[in-house]
Design a protein around this ligand. Structure first.
Ligand SMILES: Cc1cc2nc3c(=O)[nH]c(=O)nc-3n(C[C@H](O)[C@H](O)[C@H](O)COP(=O)(O)OP(=O)(O)OC[C@H]3O[C@@H](n4cnc5c(N)ncnc54)[C@H](O)[C@@H]3O)c2cc1C
Length: 376
């Protein structure tokens, strides 16, 4: 069998790439070991519940690459982006135990102070509000060269040097923990600036009707509609490299050939296993080998037989909820914060069709079935 391009992996990355190539008229074959598209973001279905494998919501909500993709493929009617104005609430547990609550929208706000959460949630002295405004102004005004210069500066020290302290600092740090899942002292300030620029400019909390993984499924359908092929449940054993070029794969005992192979199966599996390190310069292999995975947030799924949550998202934190390296180490040693960060997302509030009992609210407490915890 021969194709123009073989794409390994039907996660968001592979599905996007394959669909854009199919749009150019190329004959594309997408291969994935999973039964359906979506990768880590795959939407699963069980007993009438639709739920996510790992990711739960996304950002930026507006003006992001998802909108770009959906528009480019002319899938706007098929892939509905859900951006609720009333997306939920943010709860800040103050040092004295009182809780301050502010509404959360999945849409961006024109007011930079709203993005910094200073007035409504965190309160602030005049000086603190001025520091928050300065951070927002810096995020939006740094030049590319100035951002690059922050590559070796840790986010924690950078935000502290900007005068952010107390609850405002805590809020920024927990948002960054959620987005990157790395300790904030090891997160380059350059990445923080780029990401917060998108996030505060475009809002956060995007979901899709049909599940967070639906755009990937839709992109793969697009590939098939445009003359391509999708081979699910097919594990790629090897990428065939000849004369320095990837020209095919071995999958399910079969050899498939193409003018090019694109692997989105993860950089370490691709380089170290599928293609093999002999296909790459030694310094590149060393760099790939040294990449570390992100750290962990623990997730628990509850499947309930009646609605519990009224809004799709709830985010709760205190000043002890954010993670830097030393807090992770302390936690590893058993020293847990009293109020860890809590992020609750309920897919069926976003899209009622993802629950089996939509529209039937019961007054008795819902029975819960707990499924496997997940770690990142
Ligand atoms: C716990 C967790 C929570 C997350 N939360 C969020 C979130 O809330 N919002 C968000 O936007 N992002 C979140 N992310 C990040 C998001 O999941 C990833 O950025 C995204 O899924 C990466 O897409 P990808 O296509 O690059 O890779 P993947 O989704 O990993 O896709 C790779 C694909 O390659 C396939 N594959 C691998 N090896 C082979 C092989 N040998 N043969 C055939 N197929 C193979 C896999 O089956 C998979 O389908 C989270 C990640 C994790 C782990």
């Amino acid at each position: 069998m021969s194709y123009d391009v073989i794409v390994v992996g039907a996660g968001y990355g592979g599905a996007t790439c394959a669909a854009l190539l199919a749009k150019q008229g190329l004959r594309v074959c997408v291969v994935d070991k999973n039964p359906r598209a979506g990768g880590k973001a795959m939407t699963l279905h069980k007993d009438g519940h639709g739920y996510e494998m790992w990711p739960i919501v996304g950002g930026p909500s507006e003006n992001g690459r998802f909108q770009e993709l959906v528009k480019e493929l002319d899938l706007e009617a098929e892939v509905e982006l859900l951006l609720p104005e009333e997306a939920g609430e943010i709860r800040y547990i103050k040092p004295d135990g009182d809780v301050s609550i502010a509404p959360m929208s999945a849409r961006p706000s024109a007011d930079p102070m709203a993005a910094m959460r200073t007035p409504d949630l965190l309160g602030a002295t005049e000086d603190e509000a001025a520091a928050a405004l300065q951070v927002a102004a810096t995020i939006f005004s740094l030049s590319e060269a100035e951002i690059d210069a922050l590559d070796d500066v840790g986010t924690y020290s950078w935000l502290c040097s900007m005068g952010l302290s107390g609850p405002m600092l805590s809020y920024q740090l927990i948002v960054l923990n959620l987005l990157f899942v790395v300790p904030v002292d090891r997160l380059p300030a350059s990445e923080t600036v780029r990401t917060l620029r998108d996030f505060y400019g475009g809002g956060g909390g995007r979901y899709h009707r049909g599940g967070y993984g639906f755009p990937a499924e839709s992109a793969i359908d697009y590939v098939v509609r445009n003359g391509g092929e999708f081979r699910p449940r097919t594990r790629v054993e090897r990428v065939i490299v000849e004369n320095g070029r990837a020209v095919g794969i071995v999958a399910g005992g079969e050899e498939l050939r193409a003018r090019a192979v694109i692997s989105n199966a993860g950089i370490q599996p691709t380089v170290l296993k599928l293609a093999g390190e002999q296909a790459f310069p030694p310094d590149y292999v060393e760099r790939v080998r040294s990449l570390e995975p992100s750290l962990a947030l623990t997730g628990i799924r509850y499947f309930t037989d009646a609605p519990i949550m009224r809004t799709p998202m709830v985010l709760q934190f205190s000043d002890e909820s954010w993670w830097d390296e030393s807090r992770y180490r302390a936690c590893e040693a058993g020293d847990w914060p009293e109020h860890p960060m809590l992020f609750i997302v309920t897919p069926s509030v976003h899209d009622p069709d993802l629950a089996p009992m939509r529209g039937t609210r019961r007054s008795s407490p819902a029975r819960c079935a707990r499924r496997t915890p997940r770690r990142r």
